[in-house]
Structure formats: C-alpha cells, structure tokens
Write a protein that binds this ligand. Structure first.
Ligand code: AVI
Length: 334
C-alpha cells in the first residue's frame, strides 16, 4: 500500500490514495432564487441529496414500484461472466458519483482479478467511508478516492493508478437525470479522460408504459413524495423560506415528447412565499419542476453514445426489458 495523500483531509490508512480536487460547493441560495424567478419555476435536482434526501433515496431503491435498482442488480448478477470476459483480467474500475456499494461489489466480484477501484464523488466524507469499507472487504485491491464533481470531467493523469485497462462504471441511469445536451457533454467529458481500450459500463432506464413509470416516481407509501418535499424542508430551514408543504403536492408525469418522467411540486392553491427575504407567488396549479428522468430506447441510447464519441459494443437487458446496461468504448480517433 502506497498510502499516498494527494489532498486533505488526511487519508484513511485503508486507502491507497485520496485526491481532493476541491469541487466548488453548489450555491443553493442562488440556484433557488434563480429557479423561483424563472418561468416555469424550477429547482435543480442536485439539492435533493442532503443526508435526509440521500436516506429517502435509499428507501426509494427498495420500493416495490421502483423497479430500477433491483432490475439492474439482477442484471449485474446475470451478466457477471460476460462482463468479466469483456473487461479481461486486471481491470481498474472507476466509479464517477460512486453510489451503491452493493452494485460495485457485484461488479468487482464478477471481474477477473480486478487490479484497482477508484471512487469519485462530490462528498468527500461519504466517499472515504464507502471506499474504506471496500478496502477492508477487498484486501489486495488498490483503492483510491477522488473528491470531485464528475460533471466537469475526469482528471486522472496525476494519480498512482495500477496499469490495467480502465472501466468506468456509471450505473443507476444517473445519465437520465441530465437533459440531452448535458448528458452528451458528461459522456464526452468522460471520453476525454479515457485511453484507447478503456470502456464504460453504463446503466440506462428504458421507455415503458406511462403507468409503470409514473408509479415508480409516485409510490403508494409516499416515499418519493417525501423525497421531493425534502427540497421544501431544505429551503425553509437553510434559506429562511416560508413554503407550506401542506399547500404543495408531489406530481410525477410522463412527458412522451421528451421521453422523460418529470417530478414537480404543484400548488394546491394560490400562495405567497418568501425565500431569504425575497417574495414569490405561486398560482393555483402552478408547478415547481424538480427533476427529469429520461428513459431510453435501444436506438436513442445508441445515438446518445455515438454523439459523445463512443461505439456501443454490447447491451444487456432483463427479460421484461425494463432496464439496460451498455458497454461503450471510445471511437478510434480519426
Ligand atoms: C438518481 N436517479 C437515477 C433517480 C431516477 O430514477 O431518476 C432519482 C429518483 N428520483 C425519484 N426517484 C428516483
């Protein structure tokens, strides 16, 4: 173990390196004021994930209506041997926005003697804790952590990574939370940090019946509604807001034209609200748009991957064709 500390805070003994790229913190106040002043009104989904929101998201992944996580996990189990073959021995797995430790464990356990794992996340604390647990469970695996914002690209050249082929692991259909141009930009920025022969294993949710989709984002127990409403609690407590959650309702709608589920908070009645001393009004039925979750067909995903400079080499789906994992490799440079 090299125990190389490239940044602060002091690296935990179990990690081989910790690289703090000091991602700028989002400006919650500025973004909320801008979103409330816009037409239509919106709040960026990045603010869902404080400690309470992340705990609610964990609960969402277990809901009967939210097929996404369990379908992807089962798919990872089923195609493990094929992934091992595709990746070859000694791969180094890099996970931008490292999330579910269950998924990465499935992948690492399926691969043929992986040489390393690098988690990359905007929250250093969460990242070190999860990488640290992996280091304990996969002794001998070279494990590093990068505190960075993956949407601004991957900066890996200065890091002490093992030599193997790099596999970016981007599960969960996180790519679907970006508008098409931003999704292309994220994939293209990944591509810039990749070498010939590297690959991406990426999860993408599929287009299916509006009923199934709307239920997945508006579950019977109200967990997704609470996740959406958590934004209101955050605005009230962190930005001196006066929004009354009882006057707002959680809405999930399928937008067929844009091939996406949208989450909104809809005003049950006309209301005035204040945030950090600024006043806004909501008409009855007016919505705050809080999230997009784009869904793909095999063709639309392939078009996205190609437009970002990748060849789609293989796709796998569950038998009900709810969700897909795709293997992308950078197109050879002309
Ligand atoms: C994180 N992301 C892929 C989830 C999704 O399905 O778009 C976020 C989510 N929002 C409501 N439920 C889940």
């Amino acid at each position: 173990m090299t125990d190389l500390t490239l940044g602060q805070p002091p690296v935990h003994a179990a990690l081989d390196f910790f690289d703090d790229q000091h991602p700028p913190a989002g400006d919650f106040l500025r973004d909320v004021l801008t979103g409330l002043a816009a037409t239509p009104k919106s709040i960026p989904p990045v603010y869902f994930y404080d400690a309470a929101g992340s705990a609610l998201f964990d609960q969402i992944t277990d809901l009967p209506e939210y097929y996404v996580t369990r379908t992807e996990l089962a798919l990872l189990d089923r195609i493990g041997p094929e992934l091992a073959k595709r990746a070859g021995p000694g791969a180094v797995v890099i996970e931008p926005g490292s999330g579910s430790s269950v998924k990465i464990r499935k992948l690492l356990s399926a691969l043929d003697q992986p040489a390393g794992y690098v988690g990359l996340d905007i929250s250093g604390e969460h990242l070190i804790a999860s990488c640290d647990e992996l280091a304990r469970d996969y002794p001998g695996l070279h494990i590093g952590a990068i505190c960075a914002d993956f949407t601004t690209g991957l900066s890996l050249d200065h890091l002490p990574l093992p030599k193997g082929r790099r596999i970016l692991f981007f599960p969960g259909s996180t790519i679907g939370n970006f508008e098409p141009d931003a999704a292309r930009a994220v994939l293209a920025s990944f591509r810039k940090g990749m070498r010939e022969g590297d690959a991406i294993l990426i999860g993408a949710d599929r287009v299916k019946s509006p009923q199934t989709l709307e239920a997945a984002y508006d579950d019977a127990q109200g967990v997704t509604a609470a996740f959406n409403m958590n934004l209101i609690a955050r605005i009230n407590s962190e930005l001196d807001g006066t929004l009354d959650p009882a006057l707002l309702k959680h809405v999930s709608v399928w937008n067929a034209e844009k091939s996406r589920i949208e989450m909104h908070l809809e005003a049950r009645e006309a209301q005035q609200l204040q945030v950090a001393g600024r006043s806004f009004s909501l008409a009855k039925g007016e919505r705050l748009h809080t999230e997009n979750s784009h869904k793909f067909t095999p063709e639309s995903f392939q078009a996205l991957a190609e437009s970002a400079g990748f060849d789609l080499l293989e796709s796998w789906s569950d038998p009900a064709e709810l969700f897909s994992l795709h293997w992308l490799e950078p197109k050879a440079k002309a």
